[in-house]
Design a protein around this ligand. Structure first.
Ligand code: LMR
Length: 414
């Protein structure tokens, strides 16, 4: 019956990891997947995560019973406070539904599934993704039958934001279109709107009745500050949007393979008289019940370990403070690598203006290297990055940055 199933292409990012691992060259450099590395090019278990892990292991009452369908509530409510802020009007009005998810991808999928079942799209309204965007976005939405299209985002000439293209797309989209917005540290470009630009984006989206669907995978990574990186989301909430957020803890807690995340849905503001005494307002209760059906049918209930770590770190004031320091360590090393790379390229007199490397933020830099140059770097220098010229800044360190700069210098000259 399945004899004619066509072969699908391998995932570009995961096949890149496999190619890097198979490479036996001693100076090989991995700038592929967005995962933090130390200056020794090693994965980093955050010290605060080690402490939380010890607390879990020492707990004599720990068992392996099922979590509730919506996940560990002490974790999901702390995750909501983290992204919305303690003083969030949406939290105060009890109109935020939070459901634990299989990290960012699972949260995006839960949201996409919910939209495919309940979002009215009388004109076949589409899901707009930034051009370019994270490679997985298209298939997550298309897999549940939601058509996708792109909005302009990156301006190759300036290596910055194509703000005019972006705002024109917002103005020209059908009312009710869904816009996927990267909350901070845009993947793959590292280019984020300024506060003023976010304000303008929110104004047009409100006027055109567009639905904001945030993807937040890097809170704490862009600026090193959890609050600053949540600025855009909080601004939209303050403006009274109905919106949703896929939140990942893979990067900021370094819990990549534990799949820790949340899907949050924010309903529109309520009149004071309608704010409930109980847990959630009426519409949020109904939405939560439907999200629970989706969750139950797909994963039954979420895994516990990563959520327990998140619960401890987010809810213990001393550990929370330590986590902020761990985040500063990661964000700070990445920022330092940006500076060092630009310095090295300047020293070498490498053709081109490389100032975008220090202007861009978060885990990635969109270097502007062409696919041909990327392939040469892989073949000649054993340097691995995605074909679009994105580098994971965390893959650079004080020992390989010069090697990388020299290799780049060579390929851009020829
Ligand atoms: C990346 O873009 O490198 C990360 O978000 C990892 C992934 O799952 O693609």
């Amino acid at each position: 019956v399945f004899a004619n199933v066509p072969a699908a292409p391998a995932d570009p990012l995961f096949s890149l990891i496999a190619a890097y691992k198979a490479d036996t060259f001693d100076k090989k450099v991995d700038l592929g997947i967005g995962a933090y590395r130390t200056d020794e090019a090693k994965p980093w278990v955050l010290p605060v995560v080690k402490k939380a892990d010890a607390i879990i292991r020492d707990d004599p009452d720990l068992d392996h019973e099922y979590l509730p369908i919506a996940g560990l509530s002490s974790f999901t409510s702390a995750a909501a406070r983290l992204i919305f802020g303690d003083d969030s009007p949406a939290l105060a009005q009890k109109r935020v539904v939070s459901i634990q998810a299989i990290s960012g991808t699972g949260a995006l999928h839960t949201g996409a599934k919910f939209f495919s079942k309940f979002y009215p799209r009388p004109q076949n309204q589409k899901v707009y993704l930034s051009n370019p965007t994270w490679g997985n976005h298209v298939q997550i939405f298309e897999n549940v039958g939601l058509p996708t299209t792109y909005y302009p985002y990156y301006h190759p000439a300036t290596r910055g934001l194509d703000f005019e293209g972006l705002t024109n797309a917002l103005r020209n989209a059908d009312e009710g279109s869904i816009f996927v917005l990267h909350a901070c540290a845009h993947n793959p470009t590292g280019v984020d709107p300024t506060h003023e630009q976010w304000e303008k984006i929110a104004d047009i989206m409100a006027e055109k009745k567009l639905f904001p669907f945030f993807d937040c995978a890097y809170q704490g990574f862009a600026s090193g500050s959890l609050d600053e990186d949540a600025w855009a989301v909080r601004h939209f909430v303050k403006k009274g949007f109905e919106l949703c957020i896929a939140q990942s803890f893979s990067k900021n807690l370094g819990l990549y393979n534990e799949r820790v995340g949340c899907y949050h849905f924010v309903s529109p503001p309520l009149a004071d008289a309608d704010v409930p005494a109980g847990d959630l307002c009426d519409v949020s209760m109904r939405i939560k019940s439907q999200l629970a059906i989706i969750q139950r049918s797909e994963i039954s209930n979420p895994p516990a370990y990563g959520a327990r770590i998140g619960d401890i770190v987010l809810n213990d004031p001393a550990l929370f403070a330590e986590w902020k320091q761990n985040l500063e360590t990661m964000a700070g090393r990445i920022i330092l690598m940006r500076k060092l790379l630009v310095e090295k390229l300047k020293e070498l007199g490498t053709p081109g203006d490389w100032s975008h490397v220090t202007k861009q933020i978060g885990m990635f830099s969109f270097t502007g290297l062409t696919e041909k140059q990327v392939m040469r770097l892989r073949e000649e220098a054993h340097i691995y990055m995605t074909k679009n010229g994105r580098i994971s800044m965390a893959g650079l360190n004080s020992r390989n940055v010069e090697y990388f700069a020299r290799a780049v210098d060579k390929v851009v000259r020829e």
